[in-house]
Design a protein around this ligand. Structure first.
Ligand code: PEP
Ligand code: MG
Length: 325
């Protein structure tokens, strides 16, 4: 199995007619890096940084964060790692923070909102990320961005921290790209404006589906209604990709949708530049992409954007690619 994995890992991820899609791994823990490498990831498209806050009694201090990030950056070199800043609150419960109980946590004080409010938390993490950026290729990504002003507040803080580190004589990458996760419907609505300020987009479908369809991503009662192929979601992805490309920035996807074969032809046709997923899904997604024709995927997308429900979309996909996916 190992031998076959390595064979696949070295293949290029491009369609038969030469459309390349960068495949990266999602990382919940630094210990997963060897999987990402074995399965052929071209870097880390989403490094979730919550675990250091979820599993501990005390807030992690700067040196601990810095050493952790630096290890990841060095281990995945020469490939890049996209470090997502803290996404606590909502479904990601943090025992270490004394957060208020909320009736509706998914719409509450979570992710970037929490970081902008409790900015000591954010500053410590940004210092650690920026310091780690001196050791390889780092990108910074903010979760749950809902509009331009919020993105700029976060981005300005990065600039402030850079100045601080420069004054202290600590090294960092002055060109570190700063991007937005697109996972709130309002961010899609202003994607053209956001694209002028962000260096990249990454679509977080887990939350984007939840907020667009008003379906709690963790609620069994409504799990059936959680539809990645809902035409509203496909249109939102298209809007985001178009806005990003018009502004000349790359658009990735890092939600679970990116690692599922059923969705791959549509995502290729929607012209995503990068898919980031669980490392284990990488080989089969890559082998599938190599069987696809970009032209056909685009035709499929033209069609499905005008269908009315997920079942029709599924049928259209299996008409082209067979019922097995
Ligand atoms: C997402 O929302 O799609 C995502 C990638 O982030 P998370 O699952 O950590 O919320
Ligand atoms: Mg999310």
């Amino acid at each position: 199995l190992k031998v076959r994995l390595h064979q696949v890992a070295h293949l290029s991820s491009e369609t038969k007619d030469g459309r390349r899609i960068i495949l990266r791994a999602n990382l919940d823990l630094p210990e997963e890096i060897p999987f990402a490498r074995d399965y052929g990831a071209e870097g880390i498209g989403l490094f979730r940084t919550e675990y250091l806050y979820v599993s501990r009694r005390e807030l992690p201090y700067e040196e601990l964060l810095f050493e952790t990030y630096r290890r990841v950056v060095e281990d995945i070199a020469p490939h890049p790692v996209t470090i997502r800043t803290l996404d606590l609150g909502g479904d990601k419960f943090a025992s270490v923070l004394d957060l208020p109980e909320e009736i509706n946590p998914a719409l509450g004080l979570r992710a970037i909102r929490l970081c902008l409010k409790e900015d000591h938390l954010f500053r410590t993490q940004l210092r650690a990320i920026l310091r780690a950026s001196a050791y390889g290729k780092v990108k910074i990504m903010f979760p749950l961005i809902s509009g331009v002003a919020e993105f700029l507040r976060a981005r300005n803080l990065v600039e402030e921290i850079k100045e601080e580190l420069a004054r202290e004589g600590l090294p960092f990458d002055p060109e570190v790209p700063v991007g937005a996760m697109i996972e709130v419907p309002s961010a899609v609505a202003v994607a053209d404006l956001l694209a002028r300020e962000a260096d990249f987009f990454s679509i977080g479908t887990n939350d984007l589906i939840q907020y667009t369809l008003a379906i709690d991503r963790g609620n069994e009662e409504v799990a059936e209604l959680y539809e990645p192929l809902h035409p509203a979601i496909l249109r939102f992805i298209k809007t985001t990709v178009t806005a990003g490309h018009r502004a000349g920035i790359p658009v990735a996807m890092c939600g679970e949708m990116a690692g599922d074969l059923l969705y791959v032809p549509i995502l290729v046709g929607l012209e995503l530049d990068e898919l980031s997923m669980n490392p284990q899904s990488l080989p089969e997604v890559k082998l599938f992409i190599r069987e696809l024709e970009f032209k056909k995927c685009r035709e499929l997308v033209e069609k499905v954007l005008n269908l009315t429900c997920q079942d029709e979309v599924k049928e259209a996909v299996s008409e082209v690619f067979g019922p097995h996916i």
